[in-house]
Ligand binder design. Structure first.
Ligand SMILES: NC(=O)c1ccc[n+]([C@@H]2O[C@H](COP(=O)([O-])OP(=O)(O)OC[C@H]3O[C@@H](n4cnc5c(N)ncnc54)[C@H](O)[C@@H]3O)[C@@H](O)[C@H]2O)c1
Length: 479
């Protein structure tokens, strides 16, 4: 049975729900997209006239918002109306790792998914296709089906029917719009072929049919976890080799280039850095670990857990190197942190390597000045947790000796933030950090001053010519 699709609802207006629905709305001008969220502040930002205030920063997103917002794309907190009118409902809420109870530290907390499913059961009308867009543990669709099926009628006692599909999102933050516009594949898992075709019809507006894959629902859920686990494993692999490069005299960039030429390996995801971050990699691997442990596959669980463990070790390793190079102590020393987002072109800091590295350095007594082009001061404050670390502006900070404090700097263009700094630590590969005036910066710093480049983005000659010491990730010879 084919149904004409007119109205789409997306529950969750985050880094996935917002950009994904914006892309769909731009490609399907005849359909209506209602993106709803319980977070009023977030919705207000999506509706803000000033596009620089959108809650998600992604290159190309603002242009698409201009094209679609309040035309066929609407952001609101009115879940009830959006669910009631929807033919298809995407669930795109957060699924972080559980912090307490059964499976704490590994399995996903499904409370937001469950709450969404209950809202759907309460307000849906007639026949509705419910789509898991969030990344979920394998067999979560069963939970959603159970909740939906237990409500044979909605709050008005009208008969309701559902099909549940899995349609995981593979976008990468920082390139979300490009990825959504030209996805490698669209994966649709389900049992009811008609429902799968209905969903695929939306994507067919711009995605070639051969890129739309149909699978069973469990394969779709597992494919998403596996995809993230493989990507994270590649980062951990290359980062582990960077440590070997540093002690042997090999150079990680040369090693990456050489192995990337092998067509069986390929060149992507071979840049060594400060360790993977973002909201997904760690949580999705831990989910896989939990699944393997649950089914008694201890060796499989250990294999994947080591990918996370080596990532943590790698971040600690970088903090230790910084302290060692600065004569074994950073107490009372001013260090400039360039970049706080987990990667360039996003304002997302979830699981950013910068959080752990900054915390380590603050614990060692360093005074940090932190700059990121898109991350706000309040976000950094949230991440560094006011209670464990001290802000220089904070009255609680008895900074007579000014040790273990941090401050935020919105700008770097006047170079003032480098005054009296002992070191500059580059943690995010923002384009503007590639073009710094090292000669000018060097004059403002305390000699012998250091540059720690965890992203391999600086021009090594220029840094050296400016009289600065340079440490680069995976470089065996002093640069
Ligand atoms: N961020 C990524 O790069 C990425 C990529 C692919 C998949 N995913 C997956 O997509 C899902 C969403 O990720 P995200 O980064 O967009 O998360 P997010 O935290 O940015 O957004 C989730 C939103 O859901 C809202 N929400 C929670 N419960 C709700 C409810 N009951 N009703 C209405 N709104 C509710 C929250 O307020 C929040 O705004 C996760 O499962 C994640 O693993 C994320």
């Amino acid at each position: 049975m084919e149904i004409p699709i007119q109205t789409i609802c997306c529950i969750g207006a985050g880094y996935v729900g917002g950009p994904t629905m914006t892309m769909m709305a731009s490609k399907c001008p005849d359909l209506i997209f209602n993106v709803v969220d319980i977070n009023e502040k977030r919705i207000a930002l999506w509706n803000n006239e000033d596009l620089s205030k959108l809650p998600v920063f992604e290159p190309g997103l603002q242009e698409l918002i201009v094209k679609t917002r309040n035309k066929n794309l609407f952001f609101s907190t009115n879940l009830k109306e959006a669910i009631k009118s929807a033919d298809i409902i995407f669930i795109s809420v957060n699924t972080p790792t559980k912090t307490k109870g059964l499976g704490a530290g590994k399995s996903s907390d499904l409370k937001w998914v469950e709450a969404s499913a209950r809202e759907v059961a309460r307000y849906a009308t007639g026949y509705t296709i419910v789509v898991e867009k969030s990344t979920l543990p394998v067999r979560t669709a069963e939970v959603i089906v159970n909740i939906l099926n237990s409500a044979k009628t909605n709050s008005k006692r009208e008969e309701i029917r559902f099909d549940v599909l899995s349609n995981p999102e593979f976008l990468a933050e920082g390139t979300a719009i490009k990825d959504l516009d030209n996805p490698d594949r669209v994966l649709i898992g389900g049992e009811n072929k008609n429902a799968m075709i209905e969903l695929s019809n939306i994507y067919k507006a711009w995605v070639p049919e051969e890129k739309i894959l149909f699978t069973n629902i469990w394969s779709s859920e597992l494919a998403k976890l596996t995809s993230n686990a493989f990507l994270a494993q590649r980062i951990s692999s290359i980062n582990s080799i960077s440590a070997i490069c540093e002690v042997t005299g090999a150079d990680i960039r040369e090693v990456s280039r050489a192995i990337g030429k092998d067509s069986r390996i390929g060149s992507k995801f071979l840049d060594s850095g400060p360790g993977f971050g973002g909201s997904c990699f760690k949580k999705d691997i831990l989910n896989l670990v939990y699944l393997a442990e649950y089914f008694g596959l201890t060796e499989v669980a250990n294999f994947w857990e080591s990918v996370v463990q080596i990532n943590t070790w790698h971040q600690e390793r970088i903090s230790e190197i910084i302290v060692k190079k600065l004569f074994g102590t950073v107490t009372n020393k001013k260090l400039v942190i360039l970049g706080f987002a987990f990667k360039a072109n996003t304002n997302d800091t979830r699981e950013s390597a910068a959080i752990n590295i900054c915390k380590d350095l603050l614990n060692e007594g360093a005074n940090l000045v932190i700059h990121d082009p898109k991350v706000t001061e309040s976000q950094i404050e949230n991440d560094l947790n006011k209670n464990d670390t001290k802000s220089l502006d904070n009255d609680d900070c008895s900074c007579d000796e000014k040790s273990g404090c941090w401050e935020y700097s919105k700008f770097i263009y006047n170079h003032e933030i480098f005054n009296n700094a002992h070191a500059i630590i580059i943690l995010t590969e923002w384009e503007e950090f590639r073009r710094l005036n090292w000669k000018l910066i060097s004059k403002k710093m305390v000699p012998p001053a250091w540059v720690f480049d965890s992203r391999s983005i600086v021009n090594t000659e220029e840094v050296k010519d400016a009289g600065l010491n340079l440490w680069r990730i995976g470089s065996g010879l002093e640069d």
